[in-house]
Write a protein that binds this ligand. Structure first.
Ligand code: PHE
Length: 468
């Protein structure tokens, strides 16, 4: 097996650095923007339990597999399959890189909104929520935030694995935890906080149907950054001394924990602002960008600016460690396979992705060029584009995930995977973990992920709505 001697390739300085960087990839807009509303709409605590089951039973084995493939080969998402001796299977990595590019192209736009909102909040412009539609049409302003975000991401990635990605994660992730816990404590002391918590978590089993169950698995997969080789790439910088299973467990717990806390923090604030009336709460993009500024306003100008600013900065930081991992996937590929310098690889990837993200950026705006294109694909707003790209991303991730586990179990062979996992984990071969991972990657993951992939394709692209 070829071990890269490429000097542009980096390595993590410590296990903590790896765990924080991977957790940074996982914790993102998905956790804070999406998860709380999925829980609320999907049946509260019943949904949370299901989500935990999916994360630990279905997603965790996929994460271990991705990290093991990366660490074994010390290669990017495509090169890893070549290095294992199966170049025909490197199309899995190609799907992954495509997924990463698609996700980053719209993710960066939303991240730009979040960052822009930080400035609106600290200048106490709480009206911005009501003007959200116009705000997203201000192509120039949104474009600048979005460019800024891409530049910040590129800067971190261009500095390399340990002095860029790892260092940023070591600063941003602890800051993120302090901010989210701070806002949480404050939120829980507000009047009507408990009404908000109840609204979030009261189990409603009637809401659990095929759609919400499928939604939970899609969300878990996206949130853990699986199926596109992000963790193959991050795993490729990991030392053989480290225990993959405990690292993956830490990453999963981190991700689930932050998502859960995000809901515990949001709903009490909302309940406070409505005086405990939760009848007309609107979820998703609506709540965060439209309703939340008004909620912060009810806290008074100064406190509102501080809490609102902290919240949107938190959202921006969470997004930044995710955009970094999304950019690193194509960058690692270009560095490894096309022998470009890291800086050039970053520039090439960032420019392509930014251009691809233009429809998400300007679809609400006035660009004549894009309006033709927009009419052509039938999308009227940037949110339509995001929904479209979001569906496409889900489909690609689920396909990638199904193929990665199937490849590991049946092509590369389980013994090889287990041997790699056992490196750095004494006693793995006799452990229950091995049995669980074995069962999951052989049967559970390929079958369930495969079924969900088919259902999502049918419902999103053929209008056959079994689960939507
Ligand atoms: N996990 C990130 C989130 O929850 C998104 C992401 C997906 C990042 C795939 C990298 C790879 O927001």
């Amino acid at each position: 097996m070829a071990i890269s001697s490429n000097t542009e390739r980096g390595a993590w300085n410590s296990r903590l650095g790896f765990v924080l960087a991977a957790a940074g990839s996982a914790v993102g807009l998905g956790n804070i923007w999406k998860f709380p509303f999925e829980v609320e709409a999907g049946g509260g605590a019943a949904f949370v339990l299901l989500y935990l089951f999916f994360c630990f039973v279905l997603c965790f084995p996929v994460m271990v597999t991705e990290i093991a493939i990366g660490r074994k080969t010390k290669k990017n998402a495509i090169g890893a399959f070549d290095a294992l001796g199966f170049p025909k299977w490197n199309f899995i990595g190609k799907i992954g890189i495509l997924a990463g590019i698609v996700i980053l192209s719209f993710y960066n736009v939303v991240a730009g909104w979040a960052f822009g909102y930080f400035f609106e909040m600290v200048t106490a412009n709480f009206e911005i929520g009501a003007q959200f539609g116009d705000y997203t049409k201000d192509v120039f302003k949104i474009g600048l935030y979005s460019i800024f975000f891409m530049v910040a991401t590129s800067f971190i990635v261009s500095k390399g694995v340990s002095s860029g990605i790892e260092r940023a994660a070591k600063i941003l992730m602890p800051t993120l935890i302090i901010m989210i816990v701070g806002i949480l404590i404050y939120a829980l002391t507000l009047p009507n906080a408990f009404t908000g918590v109840k609204f979030y978590l009261v189990p409603e089993f009637s809401e659990l149907n095929l759609r919400t169950i499928g939604g939970a698995l899609r969300q878990a997969f996206f949130s853990l950054s699986l199926g596109m080789g992000a963790l193959i790439t991050y795993g490729s910088y990991l030392s053989r001394k480290e225990n993959i299973v405990t690292s993956a467990a830490m990453i999963t717990i981190f991700d689930v924990g932050i998502a859960f806390i995000a809901g515990l923090m949001l709903f009490p604030i909302v309940a406070y602002s409505t005086g405990g009336d939760m009848a007309n709460i609107e979820g998703g993009a609506g709540l965060i960008f439209v309703a939340l500024p008004g909620v912060f306003e009810t806290l008074g100008t100064t406190l509102g600016a501080v809490m609102g600013g902290a919240f949107f900065l938190l959202l921006s930081f969470a997004a930044l460690t995710s955009t970094v991992s999304l950019l690193e996937v194509p960058v690692a590929y270009i560095v490894d396979e096309h022998k470009k310098t890291r800086k050039n690889a970053v520039i090439i990837s960032a420019v392509i992705i930014f251009v691809l993200g233009l429809p998400s950026l300007v679809a609400n705006g006035y660009s004549a060029f894009f309006s033709n294109f927009i009419t052509y694909v039938g999308a009227n707003t940037s949110t339509d584009f995001m929904t479209f790209f979001g569906h496409l991303a889900d489909v690609l991730l689920l396909l990638g995930g199904t193929l990665i586990v199937t490849f590991a179990a049946y092509i590369w062979k389980k013994e090889n995977l287990h041997d790699e996992i056992a490196t750095g984990y004494e006693g793995y071969h006799d452990s229950i973990n091995k049995k669980l991972i074995d069962f999951a990657i052989s049967y559970l993951c390929p079958v369930l992920l495969g079924i969900l992939f088919v259902l999502v394709v049918l419902s999103n692209f053929f209008g056959i709505s079994i689960i939507n």
